[in-house]
Write a protein that binds this ligand. Structure first.
Ligand code: ADP
Length: 301
């Protein structure tokens, strides 16, 4: 098959691992910087042009769209879909997972365990929002934050009030969430391919920190999930319509709760900490499932 990896840079770990894995299995791989593509959308024969070449003969695209380029990146994936190309993750699914609020609403609708969460913009009823999640300690998150930036732990009601008011002054959308203290600064990343969890790692926050992001000094190790956790991760990916997903869970007193579902999960942390060849698993999945024109997103929302 001819596989295009939509990625800004060939040297990124995940991009180069996917390329090597696909080539090792006999496929032809092209890395396409989606920001440098342009599209012919008006014609009855939709086209994508990259470096002077028409990408009409691609069979499969693997989108690796950066969070800051969701808009243009998903438009390129959508154009491929219109050309009948199989997208490992479809444009709609990527777009919905990028919107944290939409993601949580869909997961809630699917009956998937979530931390008690409120969402606000500029309500004057700050106490009401705080009480909604059971009072302090609680976590306030900027809706647009990534890599743990804009995630604040408020230990007291007073701190929570100040933080919510400060964010209100910034005209920001915020999530207010119960603090899962019993997670003890750890979260779980379950890597889902198709309807299976193929690898899982635990990320532990650095001493004195509650955010376990690897970018914030967290450390990763392999972990065995319970059947309930596996099922939660699989259902979360399915609710978002993602075939490849990184599902982030917290282990709470009321079971596994989903924090986020990532549509371009990185391979480096998960492969190094678990030893699983995730790239090869993704290529195998493509071989079994890809066929032209198989784009059909059925999630309503
Ligand atoms: P980002 O998407 O910016 O990484 P997250 O919502 O994933 O933000 O939060 C970053 C980290 O903070 C998580 O990986 C987790 O370790 C911790 N965290 C987030 N929300 C909670 C919560 N409600 N209770 C306990 N820890 C949390």
């Amino acid at each position: 098959m001819k596989i295009a990896i939509l990625s800004r840079k060939a040297s990124l770990y995940s991009t180069s691992r996917l390329k090597d894995a696909a080539e090792a299995r006999g496929h032809t791989v092209q890395i396409v910087d989606y920001l440098r593509c342009y599209m012919d959308i008006a014609s009855h024969r939709p086209r994508i042009i990259y470096q002077g070449e028409d990408l009409g003969d691609v069979d499969v695209v693997i989108p690796r769209i950066g969070a800051s380029h969701t808009f243009y990146g998903t438009a390129v994936v959508r154009q491929f879909e219109m050309m009948g190309v199989y997208a490992v993750n479809e444009s709609q699914a990527i777009a919905r997972s990028r919107d944290k609020l939409r993601c949580l609403q869909l997961l809630a609708r699917g009956g998937i365990g979530l931390p008690v969460t409120g969402f606000a913009h500029s309500t004057k009823d700050v106490q009401g929002v705080i009480q909604l999640v059971g009072g302090a300690p609680l976590v306030v998150k900027l809706l647009e934050g990534t890599q743990g930036i804009g995630v604040v732990l408020c230990e007291t009601g007073q701190a929570a009030e100040s933080v919510i008011e400060a964010f209100r002054g910034l005209d920001a959308n915020i999530l207010v969430q119960e603090f899962i203290k019993e997670a003890k600064g750890a979260d779980v990343r379950a890597f889902v391919v198709g309807d299976k969890v193929v690898a899982a790692m635990k990320r532990q926050a650095a001493e004195g920190e509650f955010r376990s992001n690897l970018h914030r000094g967290g450390s990763a190790s392999s972990i065995k999930l319970t059947p309930e956790e596996r099922s939660t991760a699989r259902r979360a990916a399915k609710a978002m319509g993602l075939r490849v997903a990184g599902v982030d869970l917290l282990r709470s007193n009321h079971g596994a709760v989903v924090m986020e579902v990532n549509s371009s999960p990185g391979l480096e942390g998960i492969e190094t900490s678990t030893g699983v060849d995730v790239a090869n698993t993704i290529v195998e999945f493509i071989e079994k499932n890809a066929s032209p024109g198989k784009t059909r997103d059925r999630i309503q929302g």
